[in-house]
Ligand binder design. Structure first.
Ligand SMILES: Nc1ncnc2c1ncn2[C@@H]1O[C@H](COP(=O)(O)OP(=O)(O)O)[C@@H](O)[C@H]1O
Ligand SMILES: [Mg+2]
Length: 494
């Protein structure tokens, strides 16, 4: 067998690498991810407008890189998705630094000072050179005098600076009289984006600070957690393979409860309607914001509903995240559970709108039928009551036990006793549907057993079998069953 090494042609590969779909805010966020992964607790971004000589500079105080590490970091695909990453690591494909930078500029210079040794190194990609010579020429210590001045701000005690020049994508017509205003606008959008994406990492207990042109980026909390009128649903946990996904719904306060300034800030970058839906976080870093992840339509009436979805980097495979870290796909096993959680939050959001802002309104709407036990707030106190509208209870009331075991009704009520919900409501602790990993199978087996019984009684009461199953999987205590419908249908037939 004869074979030839056939590396990709530099000049043409560059063009596709530049077009992965980043914009300025997402590209910058990707560069900042590296800073945070390197342990930086301060990142300074400097936007400088100077027509064709405009630049963007990112300086961090992380652990820096040795000259060898920097050279490796500058290569495409330096550390692949199969390598294990620490929890604080926001990287994934070993591409981000290059693809993000090339999406915005034609010349990227990186200087790093290794904290451990003080070693200083500088490397540069110049796409004009790569294209002209059709070779991957990585330049050593080649900074121009202006670049050198900018990069001299790299902390002597350790850190890394990334400089973007020749910003052909940010400023396609740098000499246009409108260019400066346009650049400033982009900077504003970028600040907003960084405040959202890194919101949970910013501020708080002396964690991370990001400055843009000297001003600290303010975190933006999509869930308005500091507001009294925000409604928090209990956190729900699901096991997906080896990892755990945490889901928490929020219903934001009705407009009538907010000052106009707070209402405007609460809207977020794309406005109240578009910002409804799921916010997916990986290691506390926001990956996608707004929309229902392909599990429902964005509608005006759900504009107060937002859901926090959390996973760690060990869930990367399951979530199928892309190079830009701007898209994550819902794992199949999670779809029905997630849809049900979304439906609950939407229903609560509708109620808040109907009652013009009262978050704890009388329990009069249909969404309460998903709960076996209803919590009633009355003048005399709080009461628990079995929900007579729950499909299983309705069937019992209509037909009695029929052929099924009366013991089943008791087991059903026991299983559905909302201890965790009550605990969560009282203490804000999470509800655990993972069964602590170990006992999960046993818990599921027990749930499937009562599901079978309940399903039989619904079918005996005249419901078509698939409709009966659909209804049961939508209500407590079976909402958490992660098995697919087909699997469960198969078991029920058996
Ligand atoms: N600011 C930085 N500080 C220290 N190391 C860095 C920095 N930026 C990049 N690196 C190193 O370069 C590697 C490649 O970065 P990148 O191309 O963004 O891919 P990824 O983040 O997916 O690994 C990182 O894994 C890291 O080791
Ligand atoms: Mg990276």
């Amino acid at each position: 067998m004869s074979r030839t090494v056939a590396p990709p042609r530099a000049s043409t590969t560059i063009a596709s690498l530049r077009s992965l779909g980043y914009d300025l805010p997402t590209a910058l966020a990707d560069v900042i991810d590296n800073s945070l992964a390197a342990g930086a607790n301060r990142v300074d971004v400097q936007f400088t407008f100077a027509a064709a000589d405009s630049s963007v500079l990112v300086i961090d105080n992380g652990k820096g890189m040795s000259p060898e590490e920097l050279e490796l970091a500058m290569r495409l695909g330096s550390k692949g998705p199969l390598q294990e990453r620490s929890i604080g690591d926001h990287g994934r494909f070993g591409l981000g630094l290059k693809t993000a930078s090339f999406s915005q500029c034609r010349r990227m210079t990186v200087r790093s000072i290794e904290r451990a040794t003080g070693a200083v190194s500088t490397r540069r990609w110049d796409l004009d050179v790569v294209e002209r010579e059709d070779e991957w020429w990585l330049e050593d210590d080649a900074a121009t005098p202006t670049a050198d001045t900018a990069l001299s701000a790299t902390p002597q005690s350790g850190g890394t600076s990334v400089l973007w020049e020749n910003l052909d994508r940010v400023l396609p017509s740098p000499n246009d009289p409108a260019a400066h205003g346009w650049f400033d606008n982009r900077v504003k959008t970028t600040i907003e984006h960084l405040g959202m994406v890194f919101g949970r990492l910013l501020g708080g207990q002396g964690r991370v600070a990001i400055y843009v042109n000297g001003t600290a980026v303010k975190p933006w909390d999509p869930f308005m957690q500091t507001h009294d009128a925000t409604l928090r649903l209990p956190e729900v946990r699901f096991a997906v393979g080896e990892t755990v996904v945490r889901i928490k719904g929020f219903v934001l306060p009705h407009e009538s409860r907010l000052s106009s300034a707070v209402h405007r800030r609460g809207a977020g970058p794309r406005g109240w309607v578009s910002q409804q839906g799921a916010y997916v976080y990986r290691n506390n870093r926001l990956l996608s914001h707004g929309g229902w992840l392909g599990l429902g339509r964005v509608e005006q009436r759900y504009h107060l509903a937002r859901v926090r979805v959390d996973f760690e980097s060990d869930g990367d495979m399951a979530w199928n995240i892309d190079v830009r870290k701007a898209r994550a796909r819902v794992p199949d096993v999670l779809k029905s559970a997630l849809r049900r959680e979304f439906d609950l939050v939407k229903a609560r959001a509708l109620r808040v709108i109907r009652h013009r802002g009262s978050a704890t309104s009388p329990s009069d709407s249909r969404d309460d039928n998903t709960w076996v036990w209803q919590v009633l707030e009355r003048e005399k106190g709080t009461f628990l009551q079995v929900n007579r509208e729950h499909p299983v209870v309705t069937a019992f009331l209509a037909t009695g036990c029929g052929d099924t075991d009366p013991e089943m009704l008791l087991r059903f009520l026991e299983q559905a006793l909302p201890l965790a919900t009550l605990q969560a409501v009282l203490t804000d602790a999470p509800i655990d549907h993972t069964g602590g990993h170990g006992s999960r199978a046993a818990v599921e087996e027990e749930l499937v057993a009562t599901l079978k019984n309940a399903w039989r009684s619904l079918v005996a009461a005249g419901l078509p079998s698939d409709v009966a199953l659909e209804r049961l999987l939508g209500v407590d205590p079976w909402r958490s069953l992660s098995g697919t419908r087909e699997q469960i249908l198969g078991e029920l037939d058996g």
